[in-house]
Design a protein around this ligand. Structure first.
Ligand code: SAM
Length: 255
């Protein structure tokens, strides 16, 4: 156990906010990805586990060699390792690496690196992006992926309609064009938008209740809390009108 009662305090904003709320609501945080809800009243932990289960179903069987890009807190990495995969996990965030080391020690193999720059001279049977592809330019992602593995599995959210807003999600069309340019074809696409959207509401409903805790414990300003609430409403609206959506994508390199 960490001696720091808030080991995620210095995690980048707003990740620290999500972790604070999950810690208080759920008694801990195991994942930084959306839940995929079977029903709106399902618990978020069960919904998050569904995401990982869907990912696992798309992978070659163990002991395949995997690269997990963007490991977050390392929960999926530890699971993949435990069930027999030969897996390396990467994240460019040293604080996440420290937390994963503290949680799992030598039981998992981690490297502090950006995917688009990662090169250990190894190749893999598959690369997994569980809500990390959105942080990597699509062109750079597939340029690197084609040298590393014949299979890419992605769970992530995208812009489905044109949106001219700074910081908007990657356009799915551009992501798929980049994949195609680098020799990958989509062999499966599952629209999970409706199942993912309740994750946004989970937090938006709770921000007002956690206003004081977020200010006192994480040093947010009241204005930042207002912005989180307003931002959540806008985000939710983008899912509702189809501007944003969530996809599972399986992409195979053409031979
Ligand atoms: C939303 S979190 C998801 C974490 C984890 N996959 C999960 O599902 O809980 C995004 C992850 O992507 C990582 N990330 C951001 N930029 C990256 C990059 N250029 N290369 C690899 N990982 C990156 C972040 O550090 C973080 O671990």
């Amino acid at each position: 156990m960490s001696s720091d009662p808030l080991p995620y305090r210095e995690f980048y904003y707003p990740l620290n906010v999500f972790m604070h709320i999950l810690t208080h609501e759920e008694g801990g945080v195991s994942a930084l990805h959306y839940g995929l809800f079977a029903s709106p009243d399902e618990g978020i932990a069960a919904a998050q586990e569904r995401s990982t289960a869907m990912l696992l179903e798309r992978l070659p069987p163990p002991p395949a060699r995997l690269l997990e890009a963007g490991i977050g807190l390392g929960t999926t990495l530890e699971l993949l390792t435990r069930i027999g995969y030969d897996v390396t996990g990467i994240t460019p965030d040293a604080q996440q690496i420290a937390m994963v080391n503290e949680r799992y020690g030598d039981a998992v193999r981690v490297r502090c690196a950006k995917f688009e720059e990662f090169d250990e001279g190894a190749t893999y049977d598959a690369i997994v992006f569980q809500e990390s592809s959105q942080y990597i330019a699509s062109e750079a992602l597939f340029a690197r992926a084609k040298a590393l593995a014949p299979l890419v599995v992605v769970l992530d959210e995208f812009s489905l309609k044109p949106i001219d807003t700074p910081g908007a999600l990657h356009a799915l069309s551009e992501f798929l064009e980049a994949a195609d340019r680098h020799g990958f074809e989509v062999t499966e696409e599952v629209d999970l938008s409706a199942q993912a959207a309740p994750s946004i509401d989970y937090f938006t409903q709770r921000f007002p209740r956690y206003r004081n805790a977020l200010i006192a414990d994480l040093g947010l300003t009241s204005q930042q809390v207002d912005e989180l609430i307003a931002g959540g409403v806008v985000y939710s609206g983008r899912y509702a009108d189809g501007t944003y959506g969530y996809r599972l994508l399986r992409l195979e390199r053409r031979t």
